[in-house]
Ligand binder design. Sequence first.
Ligand code: NCD
Ligand code: ZN
Length: 347
Amino acid sequence: MSSLKKIKIIKPDDWHLHLRDKKILKKILRYTQTFYRRAIIMPNLNKPITNCKKAIAYKRRIINASQLNTKFEPLMICYLTKETSLQELKYGFFKKIFIGAKLYPDQSTTNSKTGINKISEIFHILELMQKINMPLLIHGEDNNFDIDIYDREAKFIENTLVLLRKTFPELKIILEHITTKEAVYYIEENNSPYLAGTITPHHLMLNRNNMFIGGIQPNLYCLPILKRNIHQNALRQAISNGSTRFFLGSDSAPHLYENKINLIGCAGIFNAPSSLLCYVTVFEEMKALKYFESFCSKNGPNFYNIPINKESITLIKKPYKILEKVSVGKEFIIPFLSGEILNWSIL
Ligand code: NCD
Ligand code: ZN
């Protein structure tokens, strides 16, 4: 036992997580809570979290859904629309109700039908955010239907992000769940204290081939969609050279089986039961374990300017079987890598 390899790190935070609500929330929260001390909770519920009142109520529902004794803090985000009130946003940020606000291009993903059509629609909001130092989280895909789905992230950078950063050079931006070499290079090249990116475990472990091996794999369908292996390799490289501009955001996004395996299936991968173990697997493969802790537990809080956690957790190199499904009443959710074995476990 004592000869098994172990890694003790500061307890991580998940900087991009979907917890949903009600019975799903109740069933899945424990997986995140086991591995993470805090998480940024995505506001894209059926009725998005667009103001302080909704955020406070949702945060309370999350805390009340906890089934474990482990401390866990949800960090709430305001879903931006062109109607977002400046006063509300400012109040929410100063009162620490919101840690940031999220830009969803209109129709870009699950529950984004009240997202933004043209970035200039919200310049007055971004101006305020820059002034008060409030982070902007971005789903960085150009939603123009003429653009190939595999090019949407690169086109967003080219068509929107460059202009946005030129207009608001001191606005803190997190380009979320990056999937392309273009995003990696853009963040690395700028190397700005105002720009960072989060990376998911599935985009590190897989590429678009995986969606079609042995038949179509709806459980691997997510947005932004998995890309070519050159992009996957760029992401793996990005986390391996110790840049503090990249950090952990699992984008764990559960959908009930019947909604994923359907004629029109939902996008989203539920990886909370194994996300941290997936990350450590990739860092080990990349011989980059020395940067694992900063990616998981330091770069995020430093970028958001909040304290680093005091708690720690230990991972141990021991086979771990990922659970096959999570029941939700009569229904269920299939986790990422359901039933597969990873080489790392939590102590
Ligand atoms: C997310 C979801 O289901 O809410 N889906 C996904 O594929 N990642 C939305 C998102 O983060 O884009
Ligand atoms: Zn997401």
